[in-house]
Design a protein around this ligand. Structure first.
Ligand code: ATP
Length: 373
C-alpha cells in the first residue's frame, strides 16, 4: 500500500459483477459499506463472497460496475494503490523475521526508518506487546492471526478486508478471536469487511451483514433484523433454525390468521413477506427460543391469544446453556424448541405429548413458492 490522497468514506459497489466465461460468480451488485462499520459478507461456499471481497481489494477485475472508496473511483487502480489491506486465512507471516519485524514490514517498505513506537503501539493494540522478539512459530494460531491483523493495520488503511481469517482456528479460539477482532475494529474505527460462512461469527461481530446466495445479496441488515425478520427461506434457515410450517391465509388484516396443521395461528401482517390475501399459501416460522413447551395435560393453563401447535417429543438433549427438543406434530415435523433453565427433573422425555405455544408477535411469514432449503 502507498500513501494516497483518499480521505475516507464509504465503500460503494455500483453494478459490480464477475463472470468466468459463461458462469456468473457475482451478479450485478449495488452495495454500500458505511465508513467505520464492521460489515460481514456471509454465505455458503461458492456464493461469491470472496470474489466480491477480491474486487474491493483490486485482486479481481470486475466484469461490470464500479468500485468507489468515498468519492474516488478505484476500479482501475491496482491493489497496492488502494487504501485497502487484506488479512487472509493463512497468516502468511515471514517465518524468519520476529514479530516486531513482521509488523514493521509495511513501514520499512515505504522507507520509514523510525518504526519502534508505531510497531509497539500496534502490538499493544492486538495485545502482543510482550511477543515482539518471538518468531511466528513460537506463537499460537490465534496470536499469529493477531500479528497478521497488526501488520495489515500498520499503514492505517481506509478499509481492512478479512477473508475467513479465523477459518484455521479451533472453535474456542475462534470465538475468542471474534470478540478480539470486534474490539480492535471499535478501537481503530477503520471499516472492516469480513468474509465468513459462519452465521454465528457474522452475527457476533458485524454491525451489518449481507447474506449472499448464488452470487446475489439475498438480504442485508443488522444481525438482529435478519434473525427476527428474514425475508426469504434461505435467510431464515441460514441464520439459525426457523421452524417453517406450511399454512394458508384464513383471514387477512393487520393481524393475519392462517390455518396450519388443522389449527389456527396468528401473525402480524408487518412480519409477512408473502401473499397475505385470503387463500394465499405461505410458510410461517418461529425461532426455537421463542417457543414454550407444555405437557398436553397442562394445556388448559396456556394463556388465551398464544399460538398453539400440538406435537410429540422425539428427541431431548441438554447442551449446557439450554435444553433442546425436537418435536413432531401435525403442523410440521422436526420442530425445534430451545428452553433455558429447565430443571433436570422437569425435562420432557421423548414420547411426551406436548403443546408448543408462543406469542403471535414472534411469528413471521414467508413466500411458500420458495424452496425450503
Ligand atoms: P468459498 O467460501 O468456498 O471461498 P465463496 O463464497 O467465497 O466460497 P467465491 O470464491 O467467490 O465463493 O467463488 C464463487 C464462484 O465462482 C464459485 O463457484 C467458484 O468456483 C467460482 N470461481 C471463483 N474463481 C474462479 C475462477 N478464477 N475461474 C472460474 N470460476 C471461479
Amino acid at each position: 500500500m502507498t500513501d494516497t490522497t483518499h480521505t475516507g468514506g464509504d465503500v460503494r459497489l455500483s453494478g459490480i459483477s464477475k463472470s468466468y466465461g459463461s458462469f456468473t460468480a457475482v451478479h450485478p451488485l449495488d452495495l454500500t459499506v458505511p465508513q467505520g462499520s464492521f460489515f460481514a459478507l456471509l454465505g455458503a461456499s461458492g456464493c461469491g463472497k470472496t470474489t466480491t471481497l477480491r474486487m474491493i481489494a483490486g485482486l479481481e477485475d470486475p466484469t461490470t460496475g464500479t468500485v468507489f472508496l468515498g468519492d474516488t473511483d478505484v476500479t482501475d487502480l491496482p491493489p497496492y494503490k488502494r487504501p485497502v489491506n487484506t488479512v487472509f486465512q493463512s497468516y502468511a507471516l515471514f517465518p524468519h523475521l520476529n514479530i516486531h519485524e513482521n509488523v514493521a514490514f509495511g513501514l520499512r517498505r515505504r522507507g520509514i526508518k523510525s518504526v519502534k513506537k508505531q510497531v509497539g503501539d500496534m502490538l499493544d493494540l492486538v495485545q502482543l506487546g510482550d511477543k515482539a522478539n518471538h518468531k511466528p512459530h513460537q506463537l499460537s494460531g490465534g496470536q499469529q492471526q493477531r500479528v497478521a491483523v497488526a501488520r495489515a493495520l500498520i499503514n492505517h488503511p481506509q478499509v481492512l478486508l478479512l477473508d475467513e481469517p479465523l477459518g484455521a482456528l479451533d472453535l474456542k479460539l475462534r470465538r475468542q478471536m471474534q470478540l478480539e477482532l470486534k474490539r480492535i475494529q471499535t478501537e481503530v474505527g477503520i471499516t472492516f469487511v469480513h468474509v465468513t460462512h459462519d452465521q454465528e461469527e457474522a452475527m457476533t461481530m458485524a454491525d451489518t451483514v449481507a447474506v449472499m446466495n448464488g452470487g446475489r445479496v439475498e438480504q442485508l441488515g443488522a444481525p438482529a433484523d435478519l434473525y427476527e425478520n428474514p425475508r426469504t427461506t434461505f435467510v431464515a434457515n441460514f441464520l439459525g433454525t426457523s421452524n417453517l410450517i406450511e399454512a394458508e391465509v384464513a383471514e387477512a388484516g393487520t393481524e393475519i390468521v392462517v390455518t396450519a396443521g388443522g389449527g389456527k395461528l396468528r401473525l402480524p401482517a408487518g412480519r409477512c413477506v408473502a401473499d397475505t390475501r385470503t387463500g394465499g399459501k405461505l410458510l410461517v416460522g418461529v425461532r426455537p427460543e421463542k417457543i414454550t413447551l407444555a405437557h398436553a395435560d397442562d394445556a388448559g393453563a396456556i394463556a388465551d391469544g398464544r399460538n398453539k401447535v400440538t406435537g410429540r417429543i422425539v428427541a431431548t438433549s441438554f447442551i449446557g446453556v439450554s435444553t433442546q427438543y425436537v418435536v413432531d406434530g401435525p403442523a410440521g415435523t422436526g420442530l425445534q424448541v430451545y428452553e433455558q433453565n429447565v430443571e433436570r427433573d422437569a425435562r420432557l422425555a421423548p414420547g411426551a405429548e406436548v403443546v408448543l405455544h408462543w406469542n403471535p408477535a414472534h411469528t413471521f411469514g414467508l413466500d411458500a413458492a420458495q424452496d425450503i432449503s
